[in-house]
Design a protein. Structure first.
Length: 411
């Protein structure tokens, strides 16, 4: 999302009482860097984690913490704040704060300001994974999101401050900024339908063993969220990668290459762009044992016979080849040698418009990393190198794809 959409915009950041409150400091700073005018309201609990003086220094404005304080209300009270703002961001939106927002309560500076606010609201939840998974929290979130003016970003998954692992981390600040910017601008991909694949596939030998690869789906997820933040309607066909941020995405979970091919082929003709980032297994066992194969069983595991799996990208390319306005086709090539040579051959053989090649053995690239280094090659002969965080690389890829002519338009 182009952060220039935030220039001159008036935004409230409502800070809830959780350990992630310290990240709200960075959020206020980044919104200000994007040109927004920011004012902050804090719950009493939030003040136990970050001082109001910190937010005052970052925003350049007094912070609303107590609507019973005549000096605060006289300066810029909760009703003035609600009338002034064009968007309201709640970060972190704790389980307690979400419950009170759903109930329409007005018992602190954040809930009172938000209850009087009529514009778009972006919720950025953060809490322990058990609190996030609790049915009551999920009911509260669903109830809030049933109102069109509410949207949500995150939570992310990973190691939490309490030591637990799972969903509950505050979304990355750039993603929150993008979500706010999206409320002011339809984005360059507005109205476009983007279909992606991501993650590995698993080809089972028996109920407990499978052939797979180390893909975590991080690059594909980064592309999916970047496309969504630019206004696209995104469908992600996702292999088994565990808990991930699915905010704003239609996610179709699959396991095997055959599953992925089936789901992609049923959707690709309706897409405007198809980006195949998944690391699809090239082979599967010829037979799958119905029960776990024990040691000493016949045939022995060393006699395992493999057969080819469907080539999802090639089959999708053939499926849309005769369309007058087929989708833009983009592949990924994870290579270990002669990277560009192999990628170019794949681009030509599968009839693609572009391919993203990377050496998965290079430092800062490949499976499971937070960064990537890629070379994008196009059918027209263009070549562009990108590196940085996977979010940054995703945005660079989409920027390049938007410069390509739509299939059937020539150029």
């Amino acid at each position: 999302m182009d952060a220039s959409a935030l220039k001159g915009r008036r935004i409230i950041v409502g800070v809830g009482g959780g350990i992630a409150a310290y990240k709200a400091c960075e959020l206020v700073r980044e919104l200000g860097r994007a040109g927004a005018e920011v004012r902050v309201a804090m719950t009493e609990a939030a003040r136990q984690f970050v001082t109001p003086l910190t937010f005052q220094a970052l925003s350049g404005h007094p912070v609303l913490t107590d609507y019973f304080d005549p000096s605060q209300e006289g300066n810029f009270g909760h009703l003035d704040l609600a009338r002034w703002a064009e968007a309201f961001v709640v970060a972190p939106a704790t389980a307690d704060l979400l419950a009170r927002l759903r109930a329409g309560m007005a018992n602190d500076a954040v809930t009172t300001s938000l209850l009087a606010f009529r514009g778009p609201v972006v919720l950025a939840p953060a809490m322990n994974v058990a609190m996030w998974d609790n049915a009551m929290t999920q009911e509260n979130v669903a109830a809030l999101l049933s109102h069109k003016r509410f949207t949500m970003v995150g939570p992310g998954a990973g190691l939490l401050a309490c030591g637990d692992v799972g969903e509950g981390r505050l979304a990355d600040v750039p993603n929150i900024v993008a979500a706010v910017a999206a409320r002011f601008s339809p984005g360059p991909l507005a109205g476009r339908r983007v279909l992606l694949t991501a993650g590995p596939t698993r080809e089972f030998l028996d109920p407990v063993r499978f052939i797979s690869n180390p893909s975590t789906g991080k690059m594909g997820l980064a592309l999916a969220h970047a496309a969504r933040s630019q206004g696209a309607t995104v469908t992600l066909v996702l292999g088994p990668v565990g808990a991930v941020d699915r905010t704003g995405l239609e996610v179709v979970d699959v396991v095997s290459a055959e599953d992925m091919a089936r789901e992609v082929l049923s959707r690709v003709e309706a897409a405007d762009v198809f980006i195949a980032t998944a690391a699809v297994s090239d082979w599967r066992p010829e037979t799958r044992a119905p029960q776990k194969v024990k040691k000493g069983a016949t045939p022995a595991p060393e006699n395992l016979r493999l057969v080819r799996t469907p080539d999802v990208l090639a089959e999708a390319s053939r499926r849309v080849a005769g369309q007058g306005h087929r989708p833009l086709l983009v592949g990924f090539a994870a290579e270990t040698e002669r990277v560009e040579e192999h990628a170019r051959e794949k681009l030509e053989r599968k009839g693609l418009d572009a391919i993203v090649a990377n050496d998965v053995t290079a430092p800062g690239a490949g499976f499971g990393t937070e960064t990537n280094r890629v070379t994008v090659l196009t059918r027209s002969g263009a070549r562009q190198e990108l590196q940085g965080s996977k979010d940054a690389v995703a945005r660079g890829i989409l920027d390049l794809l938007r410069t390509l002519p739509r299939p059937g338009q020539g150029g």
